[in-house]
Design a protein around this ligand. Structure first.
Ligand code: NDP
Ligand code: 2IT
Length: 446
């Protein structure tokens, strides 16, 4: 490994020995930047790598709110403003009990590259809380969101930092957050994306990550294998926003989704998942995926989400969470003849799984490339807000498809330039970094 890259990585390991997700992301990204470092001495002179991996700032705060019993609850809130070299900080908010600084720092680092890959002017950020929305009433969620925004509002703005959804944060939460921002500042402006359609949201934002994932995957299958989704058996892990709309697009493109999951386990329905039923259970009722088999008697529910990867399939779309697909899962998929693994979630494949896919010639795309459709349409929502216009669903969908196919083309071409044709992980890291590094160098030391 290049000595400068090694030095930056060792520094991170010394400073943040307990931040395992953050170190995992940095260990994946930095070695891919060897070509960039060797081609441009200014990267080392200006210490661009150390500035790239170290967030501009980390905002950390207490969130106190009142539950339905009148008791005061306390959570931790965060916003990581990672890098704004190419545009305002941009990235989702995650509400999940596992949220901590390491998880958000890995997500923010990935977001810098992802947002650059979209070609839109957005920097990287991420935030959230260890608040667990499961089992909370609408009133509790609203009061939590209001309390969260009571601190966050001073750090965000349409040209400063524009949060959106992620795990546990969807249209409901974005609505409550937006309402509170408006009350606190008196400003009606595009400070969040993923808003409701009646107050500045964009058509297709809800579907964007899942649809975009399939547009990317379809292009990769076509270019790299002369193949398509037609007649393919597909596993989709998760059953949230990304998973559901990925499954919808797979079906539209002629594939069959045979299994989906949530954090308790997975359902296997060999004739094809009934997506209306999944939407009813997971989106409308906020229920458990296990309820699926109460209606579809021929389907099976198995506890434990990792088991899903043991099912025989042609294409795997991990759309739940980080490190959900490990080396053992990758081996099972490969043994069963998988041809592609396209990440809908952020960093769902462990380093061992990534390595196995790449070595064995399975098409593998990292989330920062294949799940960029969500933030891309967030970028389009920002444009529409600035223009005070809204585009039709067809127009947004067309742009989304163009952006995803462009990301694939850039990652693929870069992998070839770097002598590892088809290594989309290398291509995504190297291509995403290029623009950010150029902008950082041009803007001087700050
Ligand atoms: P949702 O909250 O809508 O859904 C998350 C899904 O993943 C649920 O089915 C949930 O199960 C499951 N899940 C969450 N945590 C775990 C866990 N620790 N173990 C197993 N299953 C888990 O989130 P999204 O669909 O928005 O996000 C999914 C992934 O996609 C995340 O990695 C996110 O960062 C990424 N992503 C999201 C984008 C977006 O626009 N929303 C854009 C790009 C990436 P349960 O219901 O049991 O909690
Ligand atoms: O991981 C992601 O890209 C997101 N959660 C979406 C971020 C956004 O700003 O739309």
């Amino acid at each position: 490994m290049n000595a400068y890259i090694e030095k930056v990585l060792n520094g991170l390991k010394e400073r943040y020995p307990d931040q395992k997700e953050f170190l995992q992301a940095a260990e994946e990204i930095l070695p891919s930047l060897e070509g960039a470092v060797e081609a441009n001495p200014l990267i080392e002179r200006d210490n661009i790598l150390e500035r790239f991996v170290e967030p501009d700032r980390i905002i950390k705060f207490r969130v106190a709110w009142v539950d339905d019993q009148g008791k005061v609850q306390v959570n931790r809130g965060y916003r990581i403003q990672a890098n704004n070299a190419i545009g305002p900080y941009k990235g989702g908010l995650r509400f999940h009990k596992s949220v901590n600084e390491s998880v958000l720092k890995f997500l923010a680092l990935e977001q810098i590259l992802k947002n650059s890959l979209t070609g839109l002017p957005m920097g990287g950020g991420k935030g959230g809380s260890n608040f667990d929305p499961h089992g909370k009433s609408d009133g509790e969620v609203m009061r939590f969101c209001q309390a969260f925004m009571q601190e966050l509002y001073r750090h965000v703005g349409p040209d400063i930092d524009v949060p959106a959804g992620d795990i546990g944060v969807g249209a409901r939460e974005v609505g409550y957050l937006y309402g509170e921002y408006k009350r606190l500042t008196g400003r009606y402006e595009g400070v969040l994306t993923g808003k409701g359609l009646s107050f500045g949201g964009s058509l297709i934002r809800t579907q964007a990550t899942g649809y975009g994932l399939c547009y990317f995957a379809a292009k990769a299958l076509e270019v790299m294998r002369g193949d398509s989704f037609k007649g393919k058996k597909v596993l989709v892990s998760g059953s949230g926003n990304v998973a559901i709309f990925a499954a919808e697009k797979v079906t539209q493109l002629g594939g069959t989704v045979i299994a989906m999951s949530d954090s308790s386990g997975y359902v296997y329905d060999p004739k094809g998942i009934d997506l209306d039923l999944v939407k009813e259970i997971k989106l409308n009722r906020r229920g458990r995926i296990s309820e699926y088999v109460e209606v579809r008697k021929e389907a099976k529910f198995e506890q434990g989400c990792a088991g899903i990867w043991k099912l025989k399939c042609d294409i795997a779309l991990p759309c739940a969470t980080q490190n959900e697909l490990d080396g053992e899962a990758a081996k099972a998929l490969i043994a069963n003849g998988v041809i592609g693994c396209f990440e809908g979630a952020n960093m769902p494949c462990t380093p061992e799984a990534q390595k196995l896919f790449i070595e064995k010639g399975v098409i593998y795309s990292p989330g920062k490339a294949s799940n960029a459709g969500g933030v891309a349409v967030s970028g389009l929502e920002m444009s529409q807000n600035s223009l005070r216009l809204s585009w039709s669903a067809e127009e947004v969908d067309e742009r989304l498809k163009g952006i995803m196919e462009g990301i694939f083309a850039n990652c693929y071409a870069t992998s070839e330039e770097l002598g590892e044709k088809g290594n989309l992980l290398l291509g995504a890291n190297a291509y995403g970094f290029k623009k950010v590094a150029e902008a950082m160098i041009a803007q001087g030391v700050y």
